[in-house]
Design a binder for this molecule. Structure first.
Ligand SMILES: [Zn+2]
Length: 129
């Protein structure tokens, strides 16, 4: 896209945004601002960005795998910190033949309280020493 085009799209978008609309530079369609991502509202609509990221993922499978791995790592770290259901079920089912469906929800809740209590006690222990 030329600099001239870019400039005129910028001007057009200033006018369009007054009526809650925006021009997508990829599919060249005027859409609602809700069809764009983020607070700053990217210049491409959600649909076009999804297509672009799918294309990028297909071209960079190793980078995508790394992103997935990091995403999972973050997810499990958060689960552990917040005592999420997934984390608690993994404790309850580790070294057993039990599956998620075998664990009733109230057992998850009891285990969560148990872990919270253990955490509190270990913190209290650290303070008194
Ligand atoms: Zn688009």
């Amino acid at each position: 896209m030329s600099e001239n085009n870019r400039q005129s799209i910028r001007w057009m978008n200033i006018e369009l945004e007054k009526i809650g609309k925006k021009f997508c530079s990829k599919c060249e369609t005027i859409k609602s601002v809700d069809d764009f991502l983020g607070r700053e509202k990217r210049s491409q609509c959600k649909k076009c960005r999804a297509l672009l990221s799918r294309k990028w993922e297909a071209e960079h499978p190793e980078k995508k795998a790394e992103q997935n791995r990091l995403g999972m790592k973050r997810y499990y770290k958060k689960q552990k910190e917040q005592l999420g259901d997934h984390y608690i079920v993994s404790i309850l089912t580790s070294d057993t033949i039990l599956k998620r469906k075998d664990i009733p929800n109230n057992l998850i809740e009891i285990k969560r309280l148990h872990l919270q209590l253990k955490k509190e006690l270990s913190n209290a222990d650290k303070i008194t020493r």
